[in-house]
Every structure is written in structure tokens, then in C-alpha cells.
Design a protein around this ligand. Sequence first.
Ligand code: IMP
Ligand code: MG
Length: 167
Amino acid sequence: MLFSNEQIERRIAELGYKIGEDYRGLHPVFIIVLNGAFMFAASLLKSVRIPCEANFIKLSSYSGMQSTGEVSVMLESEKNLAGRDLIIVEDIVDTGRSMRFLIDSLTIERPRSIRVATLLFKPGAVIGHVHLDYVGFEIENRFVVGYGLDYDGLGRNYPDIYVRSEG
Ligand code: IMP
Ligand code: MG
């Protein structure tokens, strides 16, 4: 086990509180990246005590433990995002390809601002630069499951986060 549910919830509450402070007087739209970020988003939004909206988007890039390197949008945000303050909510930034793709796709919608909240970040795996505003935990370059993160569809329901052992 890498992080217990208690550790995770405590850290997310801190991030949510910080976001609430940073966006005081504003009305941001959370762009929640399905499927992995559903659990993170559920906790995060409960600790953001300002008016906000939630929108869902779906990307696809991974199969098994290997990034396929190709990212595509499978489900688009149903909202007009022009002029809005967007906060992307992701489970993990690994190579950073998905995040860069997402930021580029959302920029086309002409929002007023875009920030990124990710529960996990693997600094050793990232290719190029990705700007992250709210990071739960930095982790080693190992495959993790639980708290929304899956290995070929399984493990999303685990309350804690585990490092997946090889083989
Ligand atoms: P990236 O585009 O390489 O940054 O990959 C990001 C996506 O790959 C994340 O949104 C996850 O869905 C998935 N991913 C990356 N690393 C892991 C991991 O360790 N466990 C589970 N999913 C992962
Ligand atoms: Mg994901």
C-alpha cells in the first residue's frame, strides 16, 4: 500500500480548501476526466466551499500498464466553456500526454483560465513540460491502482492506493 484512504482524504481536503480560497468570488467549472478521476473529484468538490460547476470529459490513452501514446476525446464537455475559469481534475499525470492534449483541446473553447488539479504525479515519467497547479502526491515511476485508478478496468473501487507488483 502506498497511501491509505485516510491520508488521501486528508490531502484532498487540503487541495479543495486551497482551491476554494484561490477562486473566492469566482464560479469555476471543474472538468472531471473520466473514468479515473471520479473518486478524486467526488471528495475534492465536497471540500470546495464556493459556487462551482462540474463537467465530465472522457479521454482514452492507456491499455494495460503501457501508454499507447495516442490520446483521443471520447466524450466532450457538454457546456459552453468560453470565458469560464476551468479546473481540470485528473487522477494521475504520467507522461503528461493526456494532460497536454486536454489543455490544448480546452484552449480552443476560449476559457478565461485553465488550471490543473491531479491527485498523483509521476515526475520521473513526464515527457516535456506540463504545468500542474494542485498536486495531491508526487510518486515514483511505478504503476498504481486504487482510488479510481485501474489496471485493465479493475481496482478503481479500492479505498487506498497500491503499487502494482510486476507479474
Ligand atoms: P499520460 O497521458 O501518460 O500522462 O497518462 C495519463 C493517464 O494514464 C491517466 O489519466 C491514467 O488514466 C493512466 N495512468 C497513468 N499511470 C497510471 C497508473 O500508474 N495507474 C493507473 N493508470 C495510470
Ligand atoms: Mg485518466
